[in-house]
Design a protein around this ligand. Structure first.
Ligand code: MSP
Length: 642
């Protein structure tokens, strides 16, 4: 019989780097769901990836002095490493720079043009580059981006538009017929009241002011709007409009798009409307989770190593980080991150409850039964209570997971662990041993080993490495499904236990906080130190090879068909020469004309966009800011700069 399919996606992550622990939340929760569904017999397809186009990436690459592709390649490598560190079991990783994705997005645009859902017009609006979002005047919050609070720029450009307004009524009808489509419910109301009711406007879906994007097949001056490029990843990854579309046929529509609350809007308005235009079935659910906050604020990497997932996973283990994210953040609402809370959770749940149960039980089986789990003789009502708890746990956890509540699922699993620890205190195995009651002692050990096996099986989707360690400690061969939870008692009898090391080590909170502070101080010192180590030193002779001269800009004009290039005519002493410079986004020709600049005059001539350039003018950059270097006081042109 064919298994039921389950298609789950994370958003594709922006390739702008600086990943913090908050970024890991969406991916870790999806991983737990995907692993749970696989164990529960589903044929799961778990997709994640990176969102690699857009103006933001282009600007960051420029500031870093590398090509956009080099820039995204480096970040892609980092995120792959991050997901490997956290044991993320995705089935496919898509990059929006993948050739098949780019070609399919072009086909999608063509299809939408052919069906009349795309038309050409001109756009004037406020653009937030970090969010890659357009806003109307009335949507701005105090003149700033209503999502992130940053500066927005007024932009006017010829653009292609998607007829989003046409789908307004169908969207409302769809929401009404599928009340669970947007979860939690509060987010559905937010979408209807804030976006749909005021009236949907057609969406600008192409850009011409930068070129790091997918060129539109019918007008290559335009690149695809990053959100259309990004959202379609959910179908291009499966082979939509490609030769091999078996995965698309099998898995689409998605069962669950898991997204942070700030991007619910894109997934519940633009995405379904695009799918309607493409005549495709709509996803079954979009879940908008809350944010992980740091000191009540949205997290950012600038908070240092306490939020660096690599540092945290390295010091405390991937499962500790996973457990914290899954257990501590009330699903659907925001949660707070603090190192103290991470330590408290680890010590209370993982060290005291789980770690102790496993180490006490394996130690007792080693001591009393030479390391072999005994068979039970006769169950008492107390044993039956634990048996019932274990046998009923999967149903409860399944309901929790259907509600997408990992904290509830973990709380239900930990009921087994806590009850089993209490059972040790109640049955007092050491007294049974002293009194020579071997039969009762055997049953108690058997019940405890079973509780551990049930707990490990149920914990496997959440903390997979730990579950594997537990199975190894009790000598159990995990069948990687939940069918192994159908019976209680027999599966563990005869297994050879191996106590080994502790599952988790207690965190010495004071000591750890001191060490983290020392690490942070060392990091800050490294960052503020002059960057002499990374840049190789040169000799004075090397420097003497570069001829720097003052030069006066006597004329300046844009280079035809380029948004970035300016052609500067320079007076250098008695000579004139022309230089092409990539600063059109930062200076107008008028601002430069008359200015004295510094010219690298002995640079080999080059042709840039077919225009001859003889030299280069010096600029200083700070992130997105680019400033032309100019002598402090007026000097004639042709003076040597040293
Ligand atoms: N590229 C877009 C998504 C396109 S999907 C078609 C994007 N990328 S992102 O890198 O900014 O965010 C990726 C995920 O990380 C989102 O679900 C986002 O909500 C999540 N988080 C980023 N910071 C977060 C917290 N501090 N807390 C919880 N999740 C957060 O958006």
């Amino acid at each position: 019989m064919n298994k039921k399919t389950f298609y789950i996606t994370t958003p594709i992550y922006y390739s702008s780097g600086n990943f913090h622990i908050g970024h890991c939340y969406t991916t870790v929760i999806c991983d737990a769901i995907a692993r749970f569904k696989r164990r529960d017999g589903y044929d799961v397809f778990y997709l994640t990836g990176t969102d690699e186009h857009g103006q933001k990436v282009q600007q960051k690459a420029q500031a870093a002095g590398v090509s956009p592709k080099q820039f995204v390649d480096a970040l892609h490598e980092q995120i792959i490493k991050l997901w490997a560190t956290l044991n993320i079991s995705y089935d496919k990783f898509i990059r929006t720079t993948d050739d098949y994705h780019e070609k399919t997005v072009q086909k999608i645009y063509q299809k939408l043009l052919d069906s009349g859902d795309i038309y050409k017009s001109s756009y004037e609006g406020w653009y937030c580059t970090p969010c890659e979002s357009f806003w109307t005047e009335s949507q701005l919050a105090d003149g700033k981006c209503p999502d992130c609070g940053r500066e927005v720029k007024l932009q006017k450009e010829e653009s292609y538009f998607f007829r989003l307004s046409k789908y307004q009524d169908r969207l409302i009808e769809f929401y009404n017929q599928n009340p669970d489509f947007i979860s939690p419910k509060s987010r559905m109301n937010e979408m209807i009241n804030n976006f749909i009711k005021p009236g949907l406007k057609d969406l600008c879906i192409s850009r011409t002011t930068f070129d790091w994007g997918i060129k539109l097949p019918f007008d290559p001056k335009h690149v695809a709007y990053v959100w259309v490029d990004a959202l379609t990843n959910y179908i291009t990854a499966l082979g939509y409009l490609q030769e091999d579309h078996a995965a698309f046929d099998k898995y689409w529509p998605a069962d669950l798009h898991m997204v942070g609350k700030e991007i619910v809007r894109f997934h519940t308005i633009i995405w379904p409307a695009l799918l309607m235009a493409l005549d495709l079935p709509l996803p079954k659910k979009v879940y908008g989770h809350g944010w992980l906050l740091f000191d009540g604020d949205k997290m950012s990497k600038s908070k240092g190593n306490v939020v660096d997932p690599f540092v945290l996973a390295d010091r405390y283990g991937a499962d500790t980080v996973r457990y914290f994210l899954l257990r501590e953040i009330p699903f659907g609402s925001d949660g707070n991150y603090s190192t103290e809370a991470l330590f408290a959770r680890t010590n209370a749940d993982l060290v005291n409850d789980l770690g102790n149960l496993v180490s006490r039980t394996t130690a007792m089986i080693t001591q009393y039964f030479d390391g072999t789990v005994p068979a039970a003789t006769q169950y008492t009502p107390l044993d039956n209570e634990l048996q019932t708890l274990c046998l009923g746990a999967l149903d409860k956890v399944r309901v929790d997971m259907d509600n997408l509540s990992a904290p509830d699922a973990l709380a239900d699993i930990f009921k087994i662990i806590q009850r089993a620890n209490k059972y040790i205190d109640e049955t007092m195995p050491w007294a049974l041993n002293k009194n020579g009651d071997k039969a009762r002692l055997a049953t108690v050990m058997n019940v405890l080993a079973e509780c551990i096996r049930f707990a490990a099986t149920l914990l496997a989707p959440f903390i997979p490495q730990t579950a594997d360690k537990i199975f190894a400690k009790i000598g159990y061969a995990d069948t990687k499904d939940f069918a192994q939870l159908n019976s209680f008692g027999k599966a563990v009898a005869g297994l050879r236990v191996n106590k080994g090391d502790n599952l988790f080590n207690r965190i010495d909170v004071e000591k750890e906080l001191r060490e983290l502070a020392a690490l942070a101080a060392a990091d800050n010192a490294k960052e503020s130190a002059p960057q002499t180590e990374q840049t190789p030193q040169i000799t004075i002779d090397d420097f003497a090879k570069v001829q720097l001269l003052t030069a006066k800009v006597i004329a300046c004009e844009p280079v035809a068909k380029s948004d970035k290039l300016l052609l500067l005519k320079l007076q250098v002493g008695t000579q004139t020469r022309q230089v092409v410079s990539g600063i059109a986004q930062y200076y107008s020709p008028q601002q430069l004309t008359g200015k004295t600049v510094v010219l690298v005059s002995n640079l080999k001539p080059a042709k840039i966009r077919g225009v001859e350039s003889n030299g280069m003018i010096l600029c200083a950059t700070d992130g997105d800011k680019v400033v032309v270097v100019s002598p402090e006081s007026d000097l004639p042109s042709g003076c040597t700069v040293r």
